[in-house]
Design a protein around this ligand. Structure first.
Ligand code: C5P
Length: 212
C-alpha cells in the first residue's frame, strides 16, 4: 500500500572502494546515510526498493532489498541487473578512478611505491540516463563546495538526469545528520531549508511519488 505501491525504485548509496592492494583502496568520503534514508523513505511509501550499497556500516532499512558491492564496476553491474525500474536515485559517491593494476600482495612500507596508474571508472548515472532501459525518472546527486546551483544545473544537462539534488558540502555535512539541499529540475531550482537527512529523504520520496 502507499502512493508508490507497484513501483520499483533503484537507489545507489555509499562510496565505492577501488583496491590498490589487498589492504588499501581509493575512495570518496561517504557515510551512506542520506542514500539509506532515501531507500527507507521510498519503501515506506510502498515502493519495492533495490538498494545497491557500497561498503558502509549501516543497517538495511526495513523492507528494502540490498545488494552489497565494493567497486564502481561492481556497482554498475548491480544497477544493470536490477533493471527495469520506474525511477533511479543515484546517491552513491562513486570513485572517479581505479588503479589499473591491483598488487596481489600487500605493498610493504619501505618498498619503492610504484607509480599509481589509474583508469577512469564508468559514470553509472550518465550511462543509465542514456540507456535503452532508462527509468522514467532519473535523479542524481551533486556534492559541491561552491557555486552549488550553477554546478548542479550544468551537471543535470551533462548527465542527462531529470533532477539533480545539490548538496552544499562546504560545512559539516559529511557523516553528519543534516543537509542543505537545492533541487534542480527542468522547471528551475527549489531551495530547501537545512533539514535532518531523514526529512530530506521523506520530502524527496514524496516528490518522487508525485512525479510518478
Ligand atoms: O560527477 P559527479 O561525481 O559529481 O556526479 C555525481 C552524481 O553522479 C551522483 O548522482 C553519483 O551517484 C553519480 N555518479 C555515478 N557514477 C560515477 C560518478 C558519479 O553514478 N562514476
Amino acid at each position: 500500500a502507499g502512493p508508490l505501491a507497484g513501483k520499483h525504485i533503484l537507489v545507489t548509496a555509499g562510496p565505492t572502494h577501488e583496491p590498490i592492494d589487498p589492504v588499501r583502496y581509493i575512495a570518496n568520503r561517504s557515510s551512506g546515510k542520506q542514500g539509506f534514508e532515501i531507500a527507507g523513505a521510498l519503501a515506506e511509501l510502498g515502493a519495492r526498493v533495490t538498494l545497491v550499497a557500497g561498503p558502509v556500516a549501516l543497517p538495511t532499512p526495513l523492507l528494502v532489498d540490498r545488494v552489497d558491492v565494493e567497486t564502481a564496476r561492481e556497482m554498475a553491474a548491480a544497477v544493470d541487473a536490477a533493471l527495469p525500474a520506474d525511477a533511479a536515485v543515484m546517491v552513491a559517491a562513486v570513485a572517479d578512478w581505479r588503479p589499473v593494476d591491483v598488487a596481489r600482495q600487500k605493498l610493504k612500507k619501505g618498498d619503492v611505491l610504484p607509480p599509481l596508474a589509474v583508469a577512469e571508472n564508468p559514470d553509472i548515472l550518465a550511462a543509465l540516463a542514456r540507456s535503452a532501459g532508462r527509468p522514467r525518472l532519473v535523479v542524481g546527486f551533486a556534492a559541491e563546495t561552491e557555486r552549488v546551483v550553477e554546478h548542479a544545473t550544468a551537471k543535470r544537462a551533462r548527465k542527462g538526469a531529470d533532477w539533480i539534488v545539490a548538496n552544499d558540502v562546504s560545512g559539516d555535512v559529511m557523516g553528519g545528520d543534516a543537509n542543505t539541499i537545492h533541487l534542480v529540475t527542468a522547471h528551475g531550482v527549489e531551495n530547501w531549508e537545512k533539514l535532518p537527512k531523514a526529512d530530506v529523504a521523506r520530502r524527496l520520496a514524496q516528490r518522487i511519488a508525485d512525479a510518478l
